[in-house]
Design a protein around this ligand. Sequence first.
Ligand code: DAH
Length: 329
Amino acid sequence: MLDRIESTRKSFDEDLSKVTDLASLEELRIKYLSRKGLITQIVDSLKDVPKEEKPKAGKAVNELKNHTNNSFEALKLKLESEAVNKEEFIDLSLPGVEKTIGSKHIITQTLDEIKNIFKGLGFSVYEGPELESDYNNFTALNFAEDHPARDMQDTFFVADKFLLRTHTSPVQIRLMTSKQPPLRAIMPGKVYRNEAVSAKSYCLFHQVEGLYVDTDVTFAELKGTLVAFVKQFFGQDVKYRFRPSFFPFTEPSAEMDIWWEPKGKEGRWMEILGCGMVDPNVLKNVGIDPEKYVGYAFGMGIERTAMRKYGIDDIRILFDNDKRFLTQF
Ligand code: DAH
């Protein structure tokens, strides 16, 4: 028995010295330490050892078990940590993972540009909600209850007396009822119209509203401000003109056109905004004394302006979220 133990120990040590990886270590485990392995067989055969030899044999078997188990575990630990280190090895010559970075939508870019120009002209930025009351969207802006002007704006009604705002002009009302003049702000945002969708019009678009209320505001200042704006936005040599117009909330009212010559096409005047002196009725509606204060206002659509600037001829593409289009800007 003792001889058998000794030779098993020798062969185990020899086999162990040949183990180079986890796979050959597993073979060693099966050969010696598994349930049918050589060591287990020796333990089992202890019962056949004559009584007087048992203490010695038992001790030797225990030593063998300890030796093989300890050697096995030590080598296993070593090989496992080597394997982990191998996996974590970083190959610095591998190409990196390319990260794609998003870009601002051209409507956002255009809005940012317009905001920056007006900030430079002394305007702050004020925003109002897209869900509006009929009162703020129409009545306070001097649209009479059954005034045909209400039909100019095909409205999405959400509930009785509540609607998706058809223009950013109601934000003027919010600003004037919440703050005292002097007031000078632009009010950008989304507006909604219940219109048939086509290359030229969409049910949703953006506007930027402007308002200046103080004791001595003039129409000349309105013109000067808007001219400064179009020169910065379209370029110093932009050609522009003002035409008389009508809006319920301004008197007198005008529209501003710029001369537009698309490449290879005939030039023409394009309307870019509406403007005028705030109607005294509007000031009265918000509790500002029209004898003391005057104001001017303007409102412009963003999509058409951006389309002109970037040479886009179908408004729908701005809302499609097609990456082939978006990644061009
Ligand atoms: N709210 C008008 C529209 O949606 C645009 C407009 C015209 C705004 C004249 C104004 C203004 O503030 O003075 O067509």
